[in-house]
Design a protein around this ligand. Structure first.
Ligand code: PXG
Length: 283
């Protein structure tokens, strides 16, 4: 494996960053998780644009143009002969000293890892997931907007720990108002009476690229798509529920907080959207 760090490639053992990098010291940086299908990077423009927005929101200047970074990403994928896999694209604040001040960091670091991806076990795609709502709410958008895909994922990690403790592979986080927000690394959708519903970005969620893609697919199917605040009540009475994410793609949820959703099997809208999504990744 050849990992790109600031203009050079290193093998896995030698791909290292400084302990004084503020990405390591403070989680000061941004990232993207991107899929590669058939050797092609999926939704490159959307991921690059989101990375730039995340960086702008934390006043981090990426030391490369969007076009240059796209080229380097493609080069890293080709060099590693990744056909179906995953890219982790990271921009850290860079090396500074032992103080928060980002201005002490002269140059941000760019890291690109192109590798395989560990997905949910295949049988879960057929059977569907069981999830639980956890007590840690999604971080308040006025503190650190969940729209920033930052290197600071402790909010999600704590939720993941709580979910695992309850025997679930994924955890559902509510927002500061007690509404549905998102899971630790995926967005959530509900289906009720043929309508597709998902929380709006201002509910305090990451505006997922898979999410947006699935909403477009649903509109193509002629389904009504609503971005509206949702509560646990909406989840409990839903006909279907599924999650979306670059890693998860589209995966059904059949139980929430021990309650069976719909008839306890992946529903028709979920299956159709999943099929259309897979087709899109193969085109
Ligand atoms: N919410 C959160 C909090 C996420 O981290 C999504 C939603 C889905 O967004 P996309 O744009 O992927 O549809 C994410 C995505 C990883 C990894 O390595 C994490 C994500 C995606 C890919 C890999 O942990 N999170």
């Amino acid at each position: 494996m050849q990992i790109y760090i600031d203009g050079k490639y290193y093998d896995k053992e030698n791909a290292k960053i400084s302990v004084f990098d503020h990405g390591a010291l403070y989680g000061d940086g941004v990232f993207e998780g991107i899929r590669v299908y058939g050797g092609k990077i999926f939704k490159t423009v959307e991921h690059i644009d989101r990375l730039w927005d995340s960086a702008k929101a934390i006043r981090l200047e990426i030391p490369m143009s969007k076009e240059e970074l796209t080229k380097v990403m493609e080069e890293t994928v080709a060099l590693n002969e990744v056909n179906d896999g995953y890219i982790r694209l990271i921009v850290t604040r860079g090396v500074g000293d032992l103080g928060l001040d980002p201005d002490k960091c002269k140059t941000p670091s760019i890291i690109i890892i192109a590798a395989g991806i560990a997905l949910y076990p295949p049988e879960l795609y057929d059977k569907g997931l069981e999830i639980v709502t956890v007590s840690s709410p999604r971080i308040h958008p006025a503190s650190l907007s969940p729209r920033i895909k930052s290197l600071n994922y402790l909010n999600n990690i704590l939720a993941k720990i709580e979910g695992k403790q309850a025997g679930c592979i994924e955890a559902l986080m509510l927002n500061h108002k007690g509404e549905l927000a998102e899971c630790t690394g995926d967005n959530i959708f509900l289906v009720r009476k043929g309508r597709l519903m998902t929380p709006p970005p201002n509910a305090g969620i990451l505006e997922g690229i898979t999410r947006n893609c699935v909403m477009d697919l649903a509109r193509e199917m002629g389904a009504e798509v609503l971005e509206i605040p949702l509560t646990k009540y909406d989840a409990y009475v839903a006909d279907e529920c599924f999650l979306t994410g670059s890693a998860a793609e589209v995966i059904a949820v059949v139980k929430i907080d021990g309650r069976v959703i719909g008839d306890g099997k992946p529903g028709p809208m979920t299956r159709e959207l999943k099929a259309r999504f897979v087709k899109l990744t193969q085109s």
